[in-house]
Design a protein around this ligand. Structure first.
Ligand SMILES: [Zn+2]
Length: 340
């Protein structure tokens, strides 16, 4: 098996909603430690994401039909109190169930097979105070990765809505607080994740940040033209910074028309990965499943099945060396340059 570092999962949110432990193999959801072990996932980014409501939202009631497709309006801003309170509850699950990866050496030990590691990621900066007063305490808690915004506006940045077709040119870039947050994360050695950002926000981070650009879970806009996916020009910016893009496994957002819950074959995901590698070079591509935050393509339907994807690329002629770059080596390079 080729060890995989996975760029994004929402397993903490699943356990927060439905109980249980990530240490046990669950009948629900897609990712837990036993299934990571079976699939060769050596470490993963575990998102702390605070949803607007305690129950799962029903996208079918929110979706608006448009002439060419559909649009799901942006969520409203999250109340500050809810962001802080629920982020702490998710962080407690992380501390209870997982082994934190704090340094590149920790991650190297995971890739060598010693243990399964977890990188604490904040998906949406709402739990951070706008004056950044608690940013360092989040880092002390183990946070090593921060996504400025999810698909809603906050004090720092604005995310994109889910629509087909569309680009990420849908809203403003970073606020003054957002620009300060980028600089502070650079100084503290916290990785910034550009997933979910508007095109203007992406460009602001590209201009301001001195770290390699990272988009942990996305796909190619050229193959599936929705705002969440990266245009070729954005891929070029990631490549030029020395960064990487994690390909997600979502069956809707990889589908050429973003059909909700489409029966998307694995080959479509492999096409996305090959587009990313063709545009940027294989040293800038990684995996970011989005397990427990999406409905994955059936062939990679849970964490135990990740090697199926690597076998698919091998069948397309990918040499072992490239598969190791995709699986973990690119992450090690980028995090070495970021986590100083
Ligand atoms: Zn996400």
């Amino acid at each position: 098996m080729i060890p995989v570092v996975d760029g994004h999962n929402d397993a903490l949110l699943r356990v927060w909603r439905s109980g249980g432990s990530l240490r046990d193999r669950s009948e629900n959801g897609q990712l837990d430690l036993p299934r990571m072990r079976e699939g060769g996932i050596a470490a993963g980014f575990f998102a702390i994401f605070v949803p607007a409501t305690d129950e799962r939202p029903d996208f079918s009631t929110l979706m608006r039909r448009t002439a060419e497709g559909y649009d799901i309006p942006l969520d409203t801003p999250l109340p500050a109190e809810r962001g802080v309170r629920i982020a702490a509850e998710l962080a407690a699950i992380f501390a209870r169930d997982l082994k934190p990866v704090l340094t590149v050496s920790d991650l190297e030990r995971c890739v060598a097979g010693e243990e399964i590691g977890a990188i604490l990621h904040l998906e949406g900066a709402e739990p951070i105070a706008p004056d950044l007063g608690n940013l360092e305490s989040w880092r002390e808690l183990g946070m090593r990765s921060l996504g400025l915004a999810w698909s809603r506006p906050n004090a720092f940045a604005c995310g994109v809505s889910f629509r087909y077709p569309g680009t990420a040119d849908t809203g403003p870039g970073l606020t003054a607080a957002g620009r300060a947050l980028v600089r502070a994360c650079n100084e503290l050695g916290v990785m910034l994740d550009l997933s979910h950002l508007t095109e203007a926000g992406f460009a602001d981070v590209a201009r301001l940040s001195d770290a390699p650009l990272v988009v942990t879970h996305t796909a190619a806009h050229a193959l599936a033209p929705i705002p969440r996916n990266l245009t070729d020009a954005q891929l070029d910016a990631v490549r030029d910074s020395g960064g990487l893009v994690g390909a997600f496994f979502d069956r809707t957002m990889t589908h050429p028309r973003a059909e909700i819950e489409a029966d998307t074959p694995l080959d479509v995901l492999l096409d996305h990965i090959e587009h990313l590698a063709g545009r940027m070079g294989v040293e800038h591509v990684a995996l970011g499943s989005d397990y427990d935050g999406c409905t994955p393509i059936a062939a990679v339907g849970d964490a135990s099945k990740v090697q199926t994807l690597l076998e698919g690329l091998a069948a397309r002629g990918w040499p072992d060396d490239d598969l190791r770059a995709l699986g973990h080596r690119n992450w090690l390079r980028v995090l070495r340059a970021t986590w100083h």
